[in-house]
Design a protein. Sequence first.
Length: 266
Amino acid sequence: MRVTFTPIHRRDKGISGAIAVLQDVTEQEKLEQSRREFVANVSHELRTPLTTIKSYTEALDDGAMDDRELAQRFVSVIRNETERMIRLVTDLLHLSRLDSNQAPLRRQSTSVPEMLEEVADRFSFQMRKKSIRSTVRVEDGIKHVLLDRDQIDQVLDNLVSNAIKYTLDGGRIEIVASRPDPSSIAIRVKDTGIGISRKDLSRIFDRFYRVDKARSRNMGGTGLGLSIAREIVKAHGGTIALDSEPNEGTTVTVTLPALQEGGAAS
Ligand code: ADP
C-alpha cells in the first residue's frame, strides 16, 4: 500500500487540510517482480549455451582442432547449443508478438480430422524411434472449424512433442477430438508418460517452469512450449487444461469455440 499526502492551502490561512491517497500497489509490485524474474530467466537461458560455446571454441583453439574426431564432436556440441539458442529466441519473439497482440489470428475453415492426422504424421518418425504407438480419433460430426491453422498447428506440435519427450519407449499417445457441447470442440493429447506431480501442476504453464530443468534441456526444450500454447488458445477464445498422474501419464485438453464459416457454431 502506498500513501501520499497533498496539503490543501487556503489563501491567508496556510495549510488547512490534506488529501491522503491510498494506492494499492500489490498488483503493480507483482507485475514488476514477474518482469524481473522473466529477464533473469532469459539471461540465464542464453548464458548457459553461450558459456558452453565459449569453452568449446577455446578448447578447439587450444589444440583440439588437430584431433579430427575430437574436433568433430566439439563442433557438433557447438551446433546443438546454437540451435537451442535459435529455438529460444524464436519462442521469445513469438511470445512477445502474442503478448502485444501483434499476431492477429488468420482464421480459416480447417478440417479437424485432417489437421490431427497431419500432426501425427509430422511426428511419426520420432514416435517410431521410441516405439511409441499413436492413435488419432475424431468423434462423428466434427469436420470443419474456423481457426488459425498455423497457430493451432504450433499448439499441437508443442503438445505432441512434449508427449513424446516425456513418455518412455514403448508408450502410447492418443490424439482425440470431441464435442463437449454444441458450441465447442475439445482436442486432447494423452500420453502414458512420466506424468507431473501435484505440486508442479499449478506452475506448469508459467514461462520457463520445468519439472526437471536438466531433462528438459537435454531434450532440447526451452521451457516456453506450454506458455506459447496457452497464449494461442487464449487468443482463440479457448482454454487449455492439464491433468496428470505421476508414472501414469498426462492429458492436455484444448477447448476451442466451434466457429463455422458464416458465423454460426454447428
Ligand atoms: P519444455 O520445453 O521444457 O518441454 P514446456 O513449457 O513445453 O517446456 O513444458 C514445461 C514443463 O512441463 C516441461 O519441462 C515438463 O517438465 C512438463 N511437461 C510438459 N508436458 C509434459 C508431459 N506430457 N508429460 C510430463 N511432463 C510434461
